[in-house]
Design a binder for this molecule. Structure first.
Ligand code: COI
Length: 356
C-alpha cells in the first residue's frame, strides 16, 4: 500500500489494479457486518487433510439443508483483526494463536482443521484481497472471521462427511455501543454459558447462540451484557457473553483460570503478559463473585471488545460501580499498551506482530 497524504492507494493482488479505499463512512464504524470483496474457501472430505483453498468473490454460500453445521452445530469460528499503519503497512496480531485454537477446537468437535501455516496464509491472502476495506489508521480495524464447519450432509447424528474452512472480513470500530466508555454488566444467576466437560473452552458456534437469551434480557433492562457464573457452585466468575473478565485490586490483577469452561482468549493471554511486563502481579484462579465488591476496577478483554472498562456490575439487585464514571487507570494503561502494539505504534518486543 502507498500512503500519499490522507489517501491510501491499495493494490489488489487479484486484479493488478490500484483502487482507492472503500467509499464508506470511516468515522462511524461500529461492529456490524459489512460485505467486502473476497472470501477464502477451502474444503476437505472427512478423514482427509485440507490441501488447497482459493479466494472467491464474497457472496452467499450453498449448503445442503442436511449439512452438519445446520443440523447439529458442528462448527467453530475465530476472530482476529488487521490494522493499517500510518506507513501503509498492514499488521496482524498473533494469527498463529487463532490457528492453534482452531485446531484444538476442531479436535473437540470431530473436525479436520487447516494447519497453522494454511490458516495464516489464508488469513493473509484474504486481508490483502480486501485491502481497500482496512480502515485508515485510528479509525478501526478489519475484523477477520474464519469459520470451520461440517458442510457435508448428515441425517443420523455423526460427524459430517465434508468440511469447509471459510474466511470473510468486515471493517469494524468499537464493539459496544458505549464505544470506549465503561460498560454496565449484570451477573446471570439462572442461565449458564458452559458446564464442566462441555464445550465452553472451545470457540464452537453453539456457545454463542446459548447466551443470546440472557444477553437479550439484560439488554432489554439497559445493561450492556451479562457476566456468567460457574454452573456448579454458582459462585465463581466465568466470562461475559463475548469476552473474558479481569478484576484489579491495587497492583494485583486477577482473572478466572482456564479450566475447560472458559474461552482461552488471545487478548486475555496477551493482557496477562502485558500486565506482568508492566510490573503487575497477575493471578489466574477461581474468582468469587464476592471479590467484585472490593475490586478497584473491572475490565473485559477480547478480540472484538479489545479492553473494555466496566463501569458497574449488578448482582442480585446490588450495583457496584468502578472507575468513578470514567475509565479506570489500570484499564486505560493496559488498553493503551495493547492497542499501540497492535497498531504498530510501539516496539513489538514480544514478536506478536505479523506484518503483511
Ligand atoms: C471476538 O472477540 O473476536 C469474538 O469472537 C467474540 C464475538 C462474539 C464477536
Amino acid at each position: 500500500a502507498i500512503n500519499s497524504g490522507n489517501t491510501f492507494r491499495v493494490a489488489s493482488p487479484l486484479s493488478n489494479v490500484t483502487s482507492e479505499l472503500a467509499d464508506i463512512d470511516w468515522d462511524n464504524l461500529g461492529f456490524g457486518f459489512m460485505p467486502t470483496d473476497y472470501m477464502y474457501i477451502m474444503k476437505c472430505a472427512q478423514g482427509e487433510n485440507f490441501s488447497k483453498g482459493e479466494l472467491q468473490r464474497f457472496g452467499n454460500i450453498e449448503l445442503c439443508p442436511s449439512a452438519g453445521i445446520l443440523n447439529y452445530g458442528q462448527g467453530l469460528f475465530e476472530g482476529l483483526k488487521a490494522y493499517r499503519k500510518h506507513d501503509g503497512n498492514i499488521l496482524l496480531f498473533r494469527p498463529e494463536e487463532n490457528a492453534t485454537r482452531l485446531m484444538m477446537g476442531a479436535e473437540r468437535m470431530c473436525m479436520p482443521s487447516p494447519s497453522v501455516e494454511q490458516f495464516v496464509e489464508a488469513v493473509k491472502a484474504t486481508v490483502l484481497a480486501n485491502e481497500r476495506w482496512i480502515p485508515p489508521p485510528g479509525k478501526g480495524s478489519l475484523y477477520i472471521r474464519p469459520l470451520l464447519m461440517g458442510s457435508g450432509a448428515v441425517l443420523g447424528l455423526a460427524p459430517a462427511p465434508e468440511y469447509t474452512f471459510l474466511i470473510y472480513v468486515s471493517p469494524v470500530g468499537n464493539y459496544f455501543k458505549e464505544g470506549l466508555a465503561p460498560i454496565n454488566l449484570v451477573v446471570e444467576t439462572e442461565m449458564h454459558r458452559a458446564t464442566p466437560g462441555g464445550t465452553g473452552g472451545v470457540k464452537t458456534i453453539g456457545n454463542y447462540a446459548a447466551v443470546l437469551k440472557a444477553q437479550s434480557a439484560a439488554k432489554a433492562k439497559g445493561y450492556s451484557d451479562v457476566l456468567y457464573l460457574d454452573s456448579f457452585q454458582k459462585r465463581y466468575l466465568e466470562e461475559v457473553s463475548s469476552c473474558n473478565v479481569f478484576i484489579v485490586k491495587g497492583n494485583l490483577i486477577v482473572t478466572p483460570a482456564i479450566k475447560g469452561t472458559i474461552l482461552p482468549g488471545i487478548t486475555r493471554k496477551s493482557i496477562i503478559d502485558v500486565a506482568i511486563n508492566q510490573g503487575f502481579q497477575v493471578e489466574e484462579r477461581q474468582v468469587s463473585v464476592d471479590e467484585l465488591l472490593d475490586a478497584d476496577e473491572v475490565f473485559c478483554t477480547g478480540t472484538a471488545v479489545v479492553v473494555s472498562p466496566v463501569g458497574s456490575i449488578t448482582h442480585q439487585g446490588r450495583r457496584v460501580t468502578y472507575g468513578n464514571d470514567g475509565v479506570g487507570l489500570v484499564s486505560q494503561q493496559l488498553y493503551s499498551a495493547l492497542t499501540s502494539l497492535q497498531m504498530g505504534l510501539s516496539e513489538d518486543k514480544m514478536g506478536w506482530i505479523v506484518e503483511l
